[in-house]
Design a binder for this molecule. Structure first.
Ligand code: NAD
Ligand code: ZN
Length: 604
């Protein structure tokens, strides 16, 4: 039951104020319903406006017949003739009422002393003396079995001894009543303590009822003032966003990194302390190295270590990750000491995903998204053999799943160790060098021109951009130097987007890749070539680089696509909300319509 009075003394009409496009009371109703804890949810109101609003949204509303002093009376009248055991009172002005709190308050009716309980309510730990001494904050004290002893606006207990460790509790206005207790309350007159403190639930104590208190420390926002409403709107907006880039982010970085020509030879000494007796290291290696004996000899395998060659022909898939994990589990009794990925973005991402999935249940597809991974990954090492993606430093592993192309973004994704040996990139074919290098350039452009830009990402982005300029535009250095610089550009580009986001080219390139299997680097180039309206100067520069290095950017990819394919492409691109928000701001949906996207795709 959600009691809803139209005229609130402090903030009139507050329940009908707009909260993210719906009235506060509708939000509360929907939140209560969404918990799935109740057989029925009703709003009980004195207001025809609220009544019809709830009905409009397809909810249940009841008009109170009489005038009531308080919410409990309003509810009591409504349930008088209903066949119910337990009635929960959810505050109409608490649109963020949490499932956890409601669960706690209902759980007490399943415990051993349930028979003794007339009603249950919630309390929250408080620590701040300002709050403890604030008369607007109702405190509660409980006995050893968590039954309420008293509620007060005074600090209770009074801390005469400043060294006694008391925990103060604030009362939260959520109740679960046995029907009888509620009906009794309705009939019994107010007594003096309730009248003095102006706290409804004291009436129960004054009549000898037992109130069991449950603890819930999840904070809701009660809408008492217009400022609360502003805060609630902000919270809602953040909740609706993917949980990325909306706060000051606290993200992990790669804790250990070696850099330098020939540093690859340090691999076995780096791995040695990580080796657990019988547990093997699993090496995922780009199959381009399969026949390269000198290269393979540099990896000192121990007796049960395992090599798995990975083709980078296609972008990594969730099913491929699941298969590798299954094979490893089938072959070895012990969980691997670590996973070592040696290759380009494809193999590095595969290594990250496999190490995560060895410690997490289910399928890789279950974890595509932001912060869905529960357990730490097994130790994993990344060794790039081509530079540009930033996959060696990033917090994501991009996978094509059954329904989406999306990374596993998590604190457990980054490598525990990276080895940056520029020499390993020597054999990269020129076209591929350019495409993957341009991935880095585009990371910088999208980060530096995005609305999420801040000094952190800018400092990395600018450095990477300058390095790309030196390598691809000026190009007057020897190859070894260029390899080292591109490797660091990739790293810095990755760091730059870690604290901001990519933009239009990446969103559209994901669409191409999902429908046509176009690989990331080349896909970005195909798209970026047509983005002069979004990144004017950098697209001009890009075209110069294409020309200088004599690269051919494929054309006409989308010419013969079916309507359905184009639509899927558009769906995939548009689903990458944070990318668009970064590129075009909050208003992106108005700017980037389906028609506009289609027009752009058809040019490619
Ligand atoms: P890649 O790994 O797909 O490899 C491209 C080609 O280069 C392959 O044919 C590969 O065999 C070859 N190659 C790699 N190293 C070589 C070497 N030393 N000598 C000769 N050939 C070599 O290329 P990429 O551009 O590095 O990676 C693209 C992938 O990275 C995509 O799957 C993309 O989704 C992913 N990506 C991930 C992130 C991230 O943050 N996790 C960022 C950007 C891109
Ligand atoms: Zn990229």
């Amino acid at each position: 039951m959600i009691p809803a009075r139209y005229g609130a003394s402090r903030f009139p009409g507050k329940l009908m104020q707009d909260l993210g496009g719906k009235p506060v009371i509708v939000r509360t109703y929907e939140a209560a319903k969404a918990t799935n804890l109740f057989d029925e949810v009703y709003v009980v109101t004195d207001s025809a406006i609220i009544f019809s609003e709830i009905e409009l949204y397809g909810g249940n509303a009841i008009m109170s017949i009489k005038e009531h002093d308080c919410g409990s009376d309003r509810i009591a009248e409504a349930v008088e003739n209903m066949d119910v055991d337990i009635v929960v009172n959810v505050q109409g002005d608490e649109p963020f009422t949490s499932k956890e709190g409601l669960e706690q308050v209902l759980k007490v009716f399943k415990e051993a002393d349930a028979d003794k309980i007339d009603l249950a309510s919630l309390m929250t730990e408080i620590h701040d003396w300002k709050e403890i001494s604030d008369p607007n904050c109702v405190k509660v004290i409980v006995d050893k079995d968590s039954f309420a002893m008293y509620f007060s606006r005074s600090p209770i207990p009074y801390p005469r001894d400043k060294n006694a460790a008391v925990q103060y509790y604030k009362h939260k206005g959520i109740y679960a009543f046995r029907k009888q207790a509620l009906m009794d309350f309705y009939r019994l007159p107010m007594r003096t303590m309730e009248a003095a403190e102006k706290i409804e639930c004291i009436r129960y104590l004054e009549y000898g009822k037992n109130i069991k208190m449950a603890i819930s420390n999840t904070q809701g926002i009660e809408i008492d003032t217009p400022e609360d409403l502003m805060r609630a709107n902000k919270v809602l907006k953040e909740e609706q966003k993917d949980t990325v880039n909306n706060k000051y982010r606290n993200f992990p970085m790669v804790p250990k990194v070696v850099f330098g020509q020939g540093s690859f030879d340090q691999l076995s000494s780096i791995l040695a302390p990580q080796r657990k007796d019988k547990a093997p290291f699993i090496f995922l290696i780009d199959d381009v190295f399969k026949g390269d004996k000198t290269f393979m000899d540099r990896i000192n395998l121990r007796f049960n270590d395992k090599l798995i060659f990975i083709s980078a022909e296609e972008e990594p898939k969730t099913t491929q990750v699941d298969q590798i994990v299954k094979d490893i589990k089938a072959e070895f009794t012990y969980k691997p000491s670590g996973i070592i990925g040696i290759g380009g973005g494809t193999v590095l991402d595969m290594a990250k995903a496999v190490s995560i999935m060895l410690n997490n249940k289910g399928n890789a597809a279950d974890y595509q998204g932001w912060d869905l991974v529960k357990n730490k990954a097994v130790y994993h090492v990344g060794i790039p053999t081509i530079s540009g993606t930033g996959a060696e430093v990033s917090r994501t592993t991009v996978l094509s799943g059954p329904v989406k192309k999306l990374g596993i973004n998590s604190d457990f994704t980054p490598f525990d160790q990276v080895i940056l040996d520029p020499e390993l990139t020597t054999g990269v074919p020129k076209n591929q060098w350019f495409y993957t290098g341009m991935d880095c350039f585009i990371h910088c452009v999208e980060s530096l021109n995005g609305t999420f830009l801040n000094a952190f990402s800018q400092s990395y982005g600018e450095k990477a951009y300058d390095l790309c300029h030196e390598i691809f535009v000026e190009g007057n250095m020897d190859e070894a130097e260029a390899r080292g610089k591109l490797m660091m550009a990739s790293w810095h580009g990755g760091m730059s987007i870690a604290y901001s986001q990519v933009g239009v080219a990446h969103a559209m390139s994901y669409g191409l890749s999902y429908v046509l299997g176009t690989k990331h680097g080349i896909g970005n180039c195909i798209v970026f070539d047509h983005l002069e309206e979004f990144y004017p100067n950098d697209v001009v520069l890009f075209k110069q680089m294409v020309k200088k290095h004599d690269i051919t950017i494929p054309k006409g990819l989308c010419a013969n696509l079916s309507e359905e394919q184009i639509n899927t492409m558009i769906d995939i691109a548009l689903s990458l909300v944070p990318l668009w928000e970064n590129a075009l701001g909050d208003d992106w949906e108005r700017i980037m319509t389906r028609e506009r996207l289609k027009e752009l795709y058809l040019k490619m």
